[in-house]
Design a protein around this ligand. Structure first.
Ligand SMILES: [Zn+2]
Length: 182
């Protein structure tokens, strides 16, 4: 593998933030479905393994075709769409010879798309300004609904932004389970 091939974190952060500034939304949730439709033809499948993106340079208008699993939960669907949008906005299909990359290189581009998805769906400042303290499960649920993401996604984002650690959030879930049982 080309040793220069690695996750370009700051490029991804910058690109996601520029994209956010351009679309100029002022509050969550980010309407990723209508955003991706500007670039891609969308197909809903019963079994698309979450999501799949295909680039066809010969198509006249929208050169991307994105297949989304229609049976996923909503937060997960938004995540998958944001991930595929990441591949588009980060120019992965234009900059790289996708069909000739190895697994490791594909994995790197996927990780970039994940970073993009996080930045897009849960912008740092919005998460910070909407997180009430001290965190409880119902505040977490409010955040999850506000950003239209899964429990896992909001938990990881709080951890990543050093607002609340993953372990702390898990301990809240545990505490509530015990409360319910007793
Ligand atoms: Zn991907």
């Amino acid at each position: 593998m080309n040793s220069n091939f690695k996750v370009r974190s700051s490029y991804v952060h910058d690109t996601a933030n520029k994209f956010l500034n351009n679309i100029a939304f002022t509050q969550p949730p980010i309407p990723v479905l209508s955003l991706i439709k500007q670039y891609a033809k969308l197909k809903w499948h019963a079994d698309a393994c979450e999501g799949f993106i295909y680039y066809d340079p010969f198509r006249r208008k929208k050169k991307y075709i994105v297949s989304i699993d229609k049976e996923m939960i909503k937060g997960r669907t938004n995540w998958t769409i944001a991930h595929e949008l990441g591949h588009i906005i980060l120019n992965h299909f234009i900059e790289f010879d996708i069909d000739n990359l190895n697994d490791e290189e594909h994995d790197i581009l996927d990780r970039e798309a994940e970073i993009f998805a996080r930045e897009l769906l849960m912008p740092r400042e919005w998460v910070k300004s909407n997180c009430e303290h001290p965190l409880t499960i119902s505040i977490l649920a409010k955040l999850k609904n506000l950003f239209d993401v899964s429990w896992q996604a909001i938990t990881y984002r709080l951890d990543e932004l050093n607002i609340y650690s993953k372990d702390y959030v898990l301990s809240l879930h545990e505490a509530r389970k015990i409360e319910k049982e007793t």
